[in-house]
Design a protein around this ligand. Sequence first.
Ligand code: GDP
Length: 532
Amino acid sequence: MDTTSSSTPAAEVLRRRSFAIISHPDAGKTTLTEKLLLYAGAIQIAGSVKARKASRHATSDWMEIEKQRGISVASSVMQMEYRDCIINLLDTPGHQDFSEDTYRVLTAVDSALMVIDAANGVESQTLRLLEVCRARNTPIVTFINKMDREVKPPMELIDEIETALGIEVVPFTWPVGMGKSFAGVIDIANMRMRMFKAGEDRITEDSHAVVDVNDPALKERLGSDLESALAEVALIKEAMPAFDREAFLAGRQSPVFFGSAINNFGVREILNTLVELAPSPGSRKALQREVSPAENKFSAVVFKIQANMDPAHRDRVAFLRICSGHFQRGMKLKICRNNKEVRTNNALSFLSQRRDILDEAFPGDIIGLPNHGLLRLGDTLTEGEQLQFTGLPFFAPEIFRMVESADPLRSKQLRTGLMQLGEEGAIQVFRPMAGGIMLLGAFGQLQFEVVSHRLQTEYGAEVRLLPARYNLARWVSSDDPVALKKFTQENIHRMAEDVVGASVFLASHKSELDVAQQRWESIQFHALREHA
Ligand code: GDP
């Protein structure tokens, strides 16, 4: 990879594209990822994507998820070079129960690629991810996959995506036929059709024949399929807005492509779109000021922590998104939360199956810093300036359990484990203000199972998980400290602190929250907490 030291951050930023690939399980994310890497020439990485998927398919219980964590560090961030751009591709965890981690990954990218199964349309998990993209105005490129199957009518899909996204969608290509009679896609800008041929082995530029849509032989061969596709394209041109790059960059328009990942069809358009349309790293907001990626001084934010890769060593890898400057291995960095210094001699990059040792990196790139608990989610690292990047979300959990040590003599280990797993973001940990048993908050049952297993194997703390009476949590804040104090005192039995000491209001039913909101007008209730 050509990232020579003579480069400046300003020049390197322009050729960086960092994006996350999002989808509902089974829509074809793994397949598409593999093909993108293949097209960009990073073939050896594609193998590891497959290996990972193989292990994921075998995953029906938390034991397997444990094993899989080892593989997922290497393949959760991939870098490739295409048309002189360095493209960072961030995978989002596949399992539904780990969606919170996924949300945070979305804070580390500049655009997202949404993969939709054309037979299923917009599915539940995609919807939740989209909410995060929308909240951050992340530009979204849409790939409608599996056109080689009997799928929903394309117009219906477009409608569905538009409604779900709540933004305009602009088809760049349009399918002719589907399933067995899928013949290819029309490139709407130049009205030429790229012919589909099933098979996985062609990956060269000219591997699909391109034909003018007015070619009489084509009309004869495709008959009514081509006619109706052309009629739809005419309708699109008339009724739909033209593509507006500004609107795309502001997250208000999404270009849409149809294809079939498994057949290598439509993949190159996606890479070209990333290079030509997707944004390079932009400025990022910190509490103190906005930070431009072209600044010479280094800054980065921790958006993911992967703990205990090797339980014997209690190691953790903090994933940092570089926000500005030029990273060079060995440089000393300051953690702004506590002014502590971090050495970067063993920083990791994610170029291939191996976790390569990295020498330098630029804004938009992801680096991994192995550490022993020094770094937390949301931490900002700089060369010395006091900065705190904002925007790393923590979502209010949806299910709760009380957690107690099965062995009272090991409650110290339990506290340590809960603290660390909470900081890693594996689970949310709440300490009731009125005292008593600690609470865990999650999005899915599986998260509790993984955490209790990890508490036992990594911290030697066997736990009992008990039903909790809460079903809802909201972080509270107020401009009026006196009101906040009064609110806290009056509701002390419903109040808790999270791992960073932020106050949380707990309720059993939505109605209790409604009552509290009506009564305490000066208190704000947040379903999402940002930054450390
Ligand atoms: P993920 O869960 O989103 O990562 O999905 P995968 O990439 O593992 O794909 C799920 C299933 O769909 C696999 O069996 C793939 O072989 C299949 N698949 C992926 N892309 C296509 C496609 O374009 N056409 C068809 N027919 N199947 C596909």
